[in-house]
Ligand binder design. Structure first.
Ligand SMILES: Cc1ncc(COP(=O)(O)O)c(C=O)c1O
Length: 386
């Protein structure tokens, strides 16, 4: 099956080898067309509610919320639209900082900055201690009676840590600890479910959907205790003097005009990935990951930092900066990344380099992509490519 045919980026960028899927995935035709579909046929606000099209758009938004929520086993009233994982995490952490004033918060060294810095900022006036952990066992060993929140990524965007979310949640939920799953990476590779965490955040841009869209799913019983951290139109029942009364449904948390076109496209993206299925995706990606590993270990001076089977592969080339490697590949139409990928905390650990080259796979990649990458790495003309 030639999956690349489903994505116009491949047609319009002949010969592109795209290996930065952790940053953004390409969009299939049907997702792109759905944006036009909204603007050409439905371009009405849900607030224009006394009209045929206004009602139709509102129905479609509810339908999208249902389908996207269902995808992660969240109910309609547990699924909030945001602009992406970063906004989802910022909102969740901000809301939590208004109900948790002391105690301990466990984060991991491999968290994305979006799952660390909002904690530092939102909790800076609270009396909370941050504790960093390495893996599942380390998290469990660091849980105490003071632990209030654990926040991790089901799949990280750097080293493959394999957190056992089910095991962590079993312990956390018994101790009333809130577990946050930053599913930005996991969502395009494997099942993500609100059954094994209290809060889930992800972006649609990494799941073949539009940029500027995301989900914040919060379990009903927790959401009831939280108050919005954004205010404006759409959430108000009435205003009397300086007091206002809030609606008591999901709209309470979503003031302002939503990204309707984005929501239409997001739903299409979820349908797209559902049709292909995680099983197929995983099979293709695993085969590619193993293939890439076998090829990369044979490249002279290449120091592989990931394990066999990792779908995100980190490496360095001896005595060449990671940016020089990425730049050389990038100018040869091979897209990878260099740096620490907004996950600076792991560089505090011993044994890790300050920067890496990263390639991240998607199901539309092929062995030909890997062969081209390896061919250029073997050539190694790092300073002679422009
Ligand atoms: C694990 C993880 N969390 C959070 C983010 C932030 O996602 P976004 O930039 O879509 O908000 C990313 C982005 O790469 C990520 O990989």
């Amino acid at each position: 099956m030639n999956y690349k045919k489903m994505f116009p980026m491949f047609k319009n960028n002949k010969g592109i080898v795209y290996l930065d899927n952790s940053a953004l995935t390409f969009k299939p035709y049907e997702v792109i067309e759905e944006g036009n579909n909204f603007y050409e046929k439905y371009s009405i606000s849900t607030r224009t509610s006394d009209s045929i099209l206004g009602i139709e758009v509102a129905k479609k938004i509810i339908d999208s919320r249902k389908i996207i929520g269902n995808f992660i086993d969240a109910k309609l009233n547990e699924t909030l639209f945001t602009s992406g994982t970063t906004e989802s995490l910022n909102l969740a952490i901000s809301m939590l900082s208004k109900i948790i004033y002391d105690g301990e918060i466990i984060l991991t060294y491999f968290n994305h900055n979006s799952n660390i810095i909002p904690f530092f900022e939102q909790f800076k006036n609270n009396n909370c201690k941050f504790i960093f952990a390495l893996d599942t066992n380390d998290i469990i060993s660091k849980i105490t009676n003071k632990t209030k929140i654990i926040s991790l990524s089901q799949i990280t965007n750097n080293f493959n840590i394999n957190f056992d979310l089910k095991k962590i949640y079993e312990i956390a939920s018994k101790k009333n600890i809130i577990l946050i799953n930053d599913a930005a990476q996991a969502i395009s590779h494997e099942k993500v479910t609100l059954k094994n965490s209290d809060i889930i955040a992800f972006s649609s841009n990494k799941i073949f959907g539009p940029t500027g869209m995301g989900i914040l799913a919060i379990k009903e019983n927790l959401l009831e205790k939280l108050s919005p951290q954004k205010w404006g139109g759409g959430q108000v029942i009435n205003v009397k003097g300086c007091n206002w009364t809030s609606k008591n449904d999901i709209q309470k948390f979503e003031p302002g005009t939503l990204n309707f076109a984005g929501i239409f496209q997001f739903k299409k993206a979820i349908e797209f990935i559902s049709n292909i299925g995680y099983e197929t995706i995983n099979k293709i990606e695993m085969e590619l990951a193993n293939y890439a590993y076998e090829k990369l270990i044979k490249v002279k001076d290449l120091q592989l930092a990931s394990k066999k089977g990792d779908k995100i592969i980190m490496f360095n080339i001896k005595n060449i900066s990671s940016q020089d490697v990425a730049s050389y590949l990038g100018h040869n139409n091979i897209y990878v990344r260099s740096g620490v990928f907004c996950a600076h905390s792991f560089t505090n650990l011993k044994g890790y380099d300050k920067s890496y080259v990263r390639l991240s796979l998607s199901f539309y990649n092929t062995k030909t992509d890997i062969n081209k990458l390896v061919k250029y790495l073997k050539k190694g003309e790092y300073f002679d490519f422009l």
